[in-house]
Design a protein. Structure first.
Length: 82
């Protein structure tokens, strides 16, 4: 974001990343297909802004743990993979 000269406002940058993640989700959602064994893991909203992020884009170790133990594990378990 620095390189793209996005203003240095953490709240604005977080909102921007949320918008981007929503759009990525919406782009990939049509490809979620049990028959082809393609599964979209929806991890939106599972991290808190205060405790789980290193910056506006990257989770910290606590955030990665929440992703793995939450939506990833649930999705994998749904298909007998975890």
């Amino acid at each position: 974001m620095d390189r793209a000269q996005v203003r240095d406002d953490p709240a604005f940058r977080q909102d921007l990343v949320k918008l981007l993640i929503d759009r990525i989700h919406d782009t990939f959602a049509p490809y979620d297909d049990d028959a082809r064994r393609v599964h979209l893991v929806d991890s939106r909203g599972c991290l808190s802004s205060e405790n789980d992020w290193d910056n506006e884009l990257h989770p910290n170790s606590n955030g990665f743990w929440k992703l793995a133990a939450g939506p990833w594990r649930r999705t994998l378990a749904k298909y007998g993979l975890a």
